[in-house]
Write a protein that binds this ligand. Structure first.
Ligand code: IVH
Length: 676
């Protein structure tokens, strides 16, 4: 039975439409239809193809998973070898590279294409008459493995090129996994009891080398193309940047971070810019690549031992390194929480030297099975705190023991408790425990609390160890002589510290509340409590029910606050602190609804001339407004001082109002009129 013409036409139309949707979604990152619509059309296509199997084509979007599981990968020979890149390790080496290029080309300034160096795995794609016919890994550069069936499942890779395709096209690019995809995959793996991956690159490599393409299809892989290796039956572009533009018009995915630059200084600037953006890209890059842009110049420069003379990679500092765990120690926090911390042999990673990594809690240590003596992989990406991502069990020495939480607090010997359903173990010693006392004092003196300049961790430790200070009230009975007697404390700094302690007596109720370190009472909650109740006495007298009337205070926080003030020891400390002269301006309680800017949200950016950003936030919050750090559609206005950053641009795109400093002054003066 041959299919009627309308069916053929509909089939073609559906294929074209779905391929367009895939291109928009997976290549351009700009979805155009809802998932429901996409599914509907895909189902219709499947139904028609089941009915007319003779009309199924290789480029049909239903044929991404086509091949059955294989028993191995066959070898392919790369007609054009897949080269590697020479590295430049510092500015000097990059300048030397540029000098060699200019000398050989006999030019004053060279033109480069600058790109990110993606941290995934290289593949080669061959399209014959526009159809994807072969995908291969790099292998040793001359021979790789045929991974066509797997690569066909990656939806950023078109099965058929768009527009007028050349007779032959070979492209090179990097297959990788985004951070979001990686996190999702690892969560799924963990939920299924399967092994999790150490980093996105390993996850991408493992996913591409699955023998069953149906498995690869479930992995969130994507690809950026970064080179045109061969083209036949169409004119070859004269420049690398033009080649990339051509690939994009053929429907292949090309990074939008490619730039054409003249001269080495522009390259250095690009390096710095990309290094700054690295953590925000959403996928791993391990450096940048500069390529001489003109193809004829590339040919003149040629290749030496598997690396072209016309390209260079400038690596970023590594984000992962191996090191050894010297010990696992227990830290006791302000609230008694016990946190296992790995003490590491110092290692340079992510741009800093790391010698500690938190292990979060006992469950985490158990899951990773980190032991003292282990060699581990430490990762530090962006400003994220260093983390142990894997244990290299193959290097584990004999005689190590699994980690166990101690039954008693290593600082004070009190019993350790675990609250039902919580991952956290806590020391039950409260302020008996010196560690908790020290942490409570550090918090009390910190900048956003009572801001006692010069009262750092080392000094607090000494004061507690010598028995000079037991609690926060004790700070106010310290004598100048006691301070002078501390290690590494001269007359001058003792006098300064003494004055700072004196100064801290004049504060605000919100800061004081925050400084007490009540569990879950952060700055914002402290501010709400202060505003709502007006006095410390009123807060101390409130029961859980009335505490919950405060915006942002739920049952858990209310219970912590009530328990804190019910405790006789705490009340006594508060009495002594007040007696020492700690005070704040009296304030009238304010019902939140009565504040003029309640429910409004503001973002501050740039430098204000009349006050610091912090003071500006305080003023806004006092009027009931929320101050947040990023602009969204829900932002009422962005307040922009001098040299504002991208936040103003974002506000303009979203149609959010932007106030200058005069506008802000008017807002503070007459907030009731505000209608930004
Ligand atoms: S060009 C002719 N461009 O780096 C040079 N490579 O050490 C061929 N890579 O195996 C490579 N991003 O996996 C080039 N934008 C980029 C790249 C890139 C990542 C990888 C690629 C290659 C390795 C070279």
């Amino acid at each position: 039975m041959s299919a009627p013409a309308p069916v053929r036409r509909r089939l073609e139309e559906l294929r074209r439409r779905i391929n367009d949707y895939n291109h928009q979604y997976f290549v351009l990152d700009e979805p155009t239809v809802t998932d429901a619509q996409y599914d509907r059309e895909l189902r219709e296509l499947r139904a028609l193809e089941t009915q007319y199997p003779e009309l199924v084509t290789g480029d049909s979007p239903t044929r991404r998973v086509g091949a059955p599981p294989a028993s191995g990968f066959t070898e392919v020979v790369h007609e054009t070898p897949m080269l590697s890149l020479e590295n430049a390790f510092d500015e000097q080496e990059l300048r030397a590279f540029d000098r060699r290029v200019r000398e050989r080309l006999n030019v004053d300034a060279a033109e480069y294409a600058a790109e990110a160096k993606l941290d995934g795995l290289a593949v080669s794609l061959v399209y014959l008459d526009g159809m994807l016919t072969r995908a291969a890994t790099r292998g040793d550069g001359s021979r790789g493995e045929d991974v066509t069936a797997n690569v066909r499942t990656i939806r950023a890779v078109p099965l058929r090129l768009r527009g007028a395709a050349p007779a032959l096209l070979e492209v090179r690019g990097e297959i990788y996994m985004t951070h979001a995809g990686f996190a999702r995959l690892n969560a799924d793996q963990a939920a299924a009891g399967a092994k999790t991956f150490v980093n996105p690159r390993n996850a991408a490599a493992g996913s591409l080398r699955q023998l069953d393409p149906a498995m690869t299809a479930r992995r969130p892989l994507t690809m950026f193309c970064y080179a045109l290796a061969r083209i036949e039956g169409a004119p070859a572009p004269a420049r690398h940047s033009e080649a990339l533009a051509l690939l994009a018009t053929l429907g292949l995915r090309v990074s939008s971070d490619v730039e054409v630059l003249i001269g080495v200084d522009a390259c250095l600037e690009y390096y710095r810019r990309m290094a700054a953006r690295r953590a925000a890209l959403g996928y791993d890059i391990d450096g940048v690549v500069f390529k001489v842009n003109a193809i004829d110049a590339q040919e003149r420069l040629g290749t030496v031992s598997r690396a072209p003379r016309w390209a260079v990679a400038c690596k970023f500092p590594p984000q992962e390194e191996s090191t050894r765990v010297r010990a696992i120690e227990i830290q006791v926090g302000r609230t008694g929480a016990l946190t296992p911390v790995a003490r590491l042999e110092p290692v340079f990673v992510g741009g800093v030297t790391v010698s500690n990594a938190t292990l979060h809690n006992a469950a985490e240590v158990g899951r990773k099975d980190v032991r003292a003596g282990d060699t581990v992989v430490v990762r530090r990406a962006g400003d994220v705190i260093p983390e142990i991502v894997a244990v290299r069990t193959e290097l584990r020495p004999a005689g190590t023991k699994p980690f166990r939480m101690p039954a008693s607090c290593p600082q004070c010997g009190s019993a350790v408790e675990q609250v039902e359903g919580e991952a956290v173990y806590r020391c039950s010693g409260g302020l008996v425990c010196p560690a908790q006392r020290i942490q409570a004092l550090i918090h009390f003196a910190s900048r956003r609390a009572l801001d006692i300049d010069g009262l750092g961790e080392k000094i607090i430790e000494q004061l507690v160890e010598r028995g000079d200070v037991r609690d926060v009230a004790g700070l106010y009975s310290l004598t100048r002589d006691q301070l002078v007697g501390l290690e590494r404390m001269g007359e001058k700094s003792a006098a300064n510290l003494f004055a700072a302690i004196e100064r801290s007596k004049s504060t605000t109720l919100a800061r004081f509340l925050y400084a007490l370190g009540i569990r879950d009472v952060g700055e914002a909650t402290a501010r709400s409590l202060a505003r709502y109740f007006g006095t410390l006495e009123a807060i101390a007298a409130a029961d859980e029910q009335s505490l919950q009337a405060v915006p942002d205070v739920g049952p858990v926080v209310a219970a912590h606050v009530a328990r804190f003030f019910a405790n006789a020891e705490n009340r006594e400390v508060l009495r002594r602190v007040r007696a020492a002269g700690v005070r704040w301006p009296a304030q009238e309680p304010v019902q939140p609804q009565a504040l003029p800017l309640v429910g409004r949200s503001f973002v501050l950016t740039g430098t204000l001339a009349r006050m610091t950003r912090e003071q500006a936030s305080e003023r806004l919050r006092a009027l009931g407004a929320r101050v947040s750090s990023s602009v969204s559609k829900k932002t009422d206005a962005v307040i922009a001082g001098a040299d504002p950053g991208s936040k103003v641009d974002k506000a303009r795109t979203l149609g959010v109002a932007v106030l200058d400093e005069d506008g802000f002054a008017r807002l503070l003066e007459r907030p009731g009129d505000a209608n930004p």
